[in-house]
Design a protein around this ligand. Structure first.
Ligand code: ATR
Length: 277
């Protein structure tokens, strides 16, 4: 029987996940379909019940349901449990629902696709302490990046994540600007500068180390104001598209036990996004 998958969220029309997963099904000869479903918060419970009744094999979860879906699941992967957020649901053989979070691991896979796995000793600066940053912080720790500093406009939120991690440190934006030169990897995870074309940075990059690695989680535009500024310092750039593709690939692997081709997908989506500029 044909399998089917979905992404649930509000809004959902802009999601690139259906194109990506359907292209992978075709490439890998999987008889399956993946559809976007617009689910408002007040309909979450009935939507999950319908997904079960109609036999979905799994689905992705996006804003605003990543936290609120948890009470409706039967089991949580330990990382999703720590993060308190789910972006992937798997319907197990016995019909129970298991929640995963592939966002943070997707980021680390994408980072390592560009810089390899030999940079785990670097000092890492994570800018931002929202939902995306939490996922990345836990995944960095899991993958062996143990020298983590988090900076955020509201420094208490950075401190909270550090307490949960049990290692690393939090600092103010001012302190991070002053000590920027010691960080080999700098990751931008805030939503600063995304609103109506404003060009703003979450912090000054004046002291950014030459040859550092600068990563952003935003992929539209591919080159964010942060990456454009960082590029002036001869750094290695990691844009947010790899994270998006790898979070999808890890979800695909949970559903179908095969890892799809991420390189081709990144190339294809890069071309699509470049045409939009
Ligand atoms: P997400 O789930 O995408 O991480 P979020 O949880 O709303 O979104 O987090 C947004 C992040 O961007 C936070 O780190 C936020 O900083 P605060 O915790 O201080 O709010 C940061 N952010 C958003 N707008 C900002 C701005 N204008 N200046 C500085 N930081 C900003």
């Amino acid at each position: 029987m044909k399998k089917w998958f979905a992404v649930i969220g509000d809004p959902i029309a802009h999601s690139k996940s259906p194109n990506m997963h359907n292209a992978w099904f075709e490439e890998m000869n999987i008889d399956a379909a993946y559809i976007p479903l617009h689910v408002k918060s007040e309909n979450l419970e009935s939507a999950i019940s319908s997904l079960k009744t109609l036999g979905a094999s799994g689905w992705n979860v996006t804003i605003p349901h990543k936290q609120t879906i948890i009470p409706f699941l039967d089991e949580l992967d330990p990382l999703a449990d720590k993060m308190g957020a789910v972006n992937t649901v798997v319907r197990l053989q016995d019909g129970r629902l298991k929640g995963y979070n592939t966002d943070g691991a997707g980021f680390v896979h994408a980072l390592e696709e560009v810089i390899g796995k030999d940079n785990k000793d670097q000092e890492v600066l994570l800018i931002g302490a929202g939902g995306a940053a939490r996922g990345i912080a836990f995944a960095l720790q899991l993958f062996g990046y143990r020298k983590l500093t988090i900076t955020n406009r509201t420094v208490e939120k950075a401190e909270d994540i550090i307490v949960e991690l049990g290692e690393g440190k939090a600092m103010s934006i001012k302190e991070a600007e002053q000590s920027l030169g010691k960080f080999g990897i700098v990751i931008q995870s805030t939503s600063v500068g995304l609103a109506n074309g404003e060009v703003k940075l979450p912090l000054s990059l004046e002291k950014l180390q030459e040859g550092a690695i600068a990563a952003d989680i935003v992929y539209n535009p591919l080159m964010t104001p942060f990456l454009l500024e960082a590029q002036k310092k001869n750094v290695t750039i990691v844009n947010g598209l790899g994270m998006f593709v790898h979070q999808g690939a890890i979800a695909y692997n949970y559903w179908l036990e095969q890892y799809p081709n991420t390189n081709n997908m990144i190339k294809r989506l890069t071309e699509e996004l470049e045409q939009l500029i």
